[in-house]
Structure formats: structure tokens, C-alpha cells
Write a protein that binds this ligand. Sequence first.
Ligand code: GAL
Length: 415
Amino acid sequence: MKLNPLLCAAAVAFTMSSAIAGEVEVLHYWTSGGEAKSAGELRSMMQSKGHTWKDFAVAGGGGDNAMTVLKSRVVSGNPPSAAQIKGPAIQEWAAEGVLANLDTVAKAENWDKVLPAVVANVMKHKGNYVAAPVNVHRVNWIWASPEVLKKAGVAGMPKTLDEFFAAADKIKAAGLIPVAHGGQNWQDFTTFESVVLGVGGPKFYQDALVKLDQKALTSDTMKKSLEAFRKIKGYTDASAPGRDWNLATAMVMQGKAGFQFMGDWAKGEFMAAGKVPGKDFLCAAAPGTANAFTFNVDSFAMYKLKDAGAQKAQADLAAAIMSPPFQEVFNLNKGSIPVRLNMPMDKFDDCAKLSSKDFVDTAKTGGLVPSVAHGMAISPAAEGAIKDAVSQFWNNDRMSIDDGVKSIASAARNQ
Ligand code: GAL
């Protein structure tokens, strides 16, 4: 029987392509409405390349739960293809020798040219790419309900902490909750870092929370920061302890609360609910931080796997993450801005456009700082110790400011 050579070639090609298509198991902690929608964009893109997406979502804002599960998987010799890991944690995993080298994709896709150097450096270990960056979140935001501000007679978004507290007093007097908060340590820490930035400015933030300088950590500026931090606590509601961050965002969305201190993944919740920025919700730099940008770059590291199909799927995942189409659709949903340089911003809203402008401007002025609360600045161990000390202060109204300062400085010293 004479076989049709064209048919043979097509069969081989199909077999090859399906052989190259592989499964990609992705560990992440994007489980809220806006986050899940964003993660779905990545899943769709990988499925359109013929790969099988195995979703390994671990709920828990800020990612502590996910990192615990990840460690157990890797220690048991069964790592996922990729995991949402960022900042100094990338270096720790890379030092273990378990991360795949992404240089082939990075070179083919010119990552060194299309990424800000501050980001590219975080994705590399000893000069090799070991992670693919997804976005740039800004953490030093407050979100507000225009309906609540109007009811309370608050004219506009507060620019300073004094203006913020005056607005919070009016909202309280109107019988509404001034600050929607979730009493979880990473949320307390998220609020704390914005207060330190607002009270002390970018240089103080760097000295105290990034360099962990004991003089800065025990200074009068830190005492002032803790005083403001405690004052904010007084504007939260009794049901705040344990509340998930996206439920706090929902309180602002529903006009039950005036403000929320949160990174712009909160915007992803408003967008997923069909809310319009400037009309249904307002964004502004956290009080006193308009000259600064606390960056938080989500990224995926890939684990070394033996299967050729799995490796191809990993390479395709890395390329997809950095591709212009994904950078646009993902960040429109996630509330962040593209990490890829020179991306058109015309489809993005004013909050994102402000973020994009400030990211560039603050890089020139020294106002661009890594988020400590979101794993961009110090070791996971140091971050965890300081985060717990900050939460202990937030939760214990009887702890004096001086004892709070000592406790945080001590947590930082023992690193
Ligand atoms: C951050 C993460 C964001 C979002 C947020 C809430 O650490 O970078 O993408 O997931 O936690 O969970």
C-alpha cells in the first residue's frame, strides 16, 4: 500500500506538536473574584497553545498559605511546574538549585530590553533568568466610596494623614465605617508600610524597613508612624479581625465603609464587579505618599522537570506571561500595570495611568521603593518576624508606642 507522503508529514507534525504539548501545574494564590478572572486569562492562553493547565490554587491573601504548601511539595520531590514566587524568595529557591533556567526564552524574547532593570534583576539568580514577571502592583493606595464621602460631607480624597483623619471623623459621625480592614497580619503590614512611607517618606522607609537600620527603627519618626497606625485602628469595625481583604473591598463597594488601605489588586475586585473608577470608586495615593511608589511585582518561577513536554509547557508559560497581549489583558483584570516597558495604556483607566506615570517618575526621584509587606524587600524570615511584631502591636491596644517600637526593632535585629 502506497502512503501519501503529505499525509505522513501531517501525521508526524501532529504527533510532534501533541508530544510537545504538555501539562503545566501552576501554584498561585489568586482566588478572589478579580484575581481568579486574571488567572483565567493565563489558563486560556496556555490551553490555546495545546497545553493542559492544572490549577493549583491555594487560598489566602498575601500568599503565606501558598508558600507553606509549596515548600511541602518541593521537599517531597513533587514540585509544580510553576509557582507564584517573588522578590528575595526567588533567590532562596534558586540557591537550592531547583529552579529551571529561563534564559533561552528570555534571550529569544529580549527580556533584558523590555523589562525595567529594577525588575529584571529580581528575576535573575547569578545572571540567569529563573522567573517571569507578570505585573507591577502599587501598594501605597487608598480606595474610597464616593457615596460614603458624599454622605459624610467629605469634599475629596485626603492627601495627608491629617486630612485623612478629619475625613474619617466625618464618616464616623455619619454612622458609617471609616476604614474597611481585614485583621490578618499581611493586611496590617500592608497598612503599616504605607503609614511609615507617609510619615517618614521614601528614604526613611528604605532605612527603617528595607535596610532594617536600628537607628531608624527606634527613631521618633517610627514612634510617630506607630501613633498614626494605631489611630487608624480606631476607625475600623469590630468585625475586622480575620476578614479577607476582598470582603473589606466589598464594604467600600457597597457603601458601608469609606476607605481601604490596599494594593491595587483591590481595583481588580471593583472591575470584576463592573464598577467604574472615578464614578463607583476612587483611588488615591495613601496619605502623604503621592511622591512615592511601593512596588510589588508578581512573578512565576519554574521548577526543574524532566519531561520534555512539561519543559516545553514551562517555556511557553514564560513566553506567554511576558507577551504584549497577555500583559494587557491580565493587568486590565488584575488592577496592576504591565511590567513590560512601552505597553500602550489607552485601554487602562486613570488609576492605572497614574500608576504607570508614577512608576517612571519615582524611579528618577528615589520615590520608588520595594514593598516589604509583599515580599519584595527583605528575606521571607525577616518579613515574617516584622509582620508578626506589627500585628501584635495592632492587636494589642494596651501595648505602648515605645514597646511597639522596641518589639519591631527587635524582630528586625534578630535577622
Ligand atoms: C499580593 C500579591 C497580589 C495579590 C495580593 C492579595 O502579595 O502580589 O497579586 O494576590 O497579595 O492576595
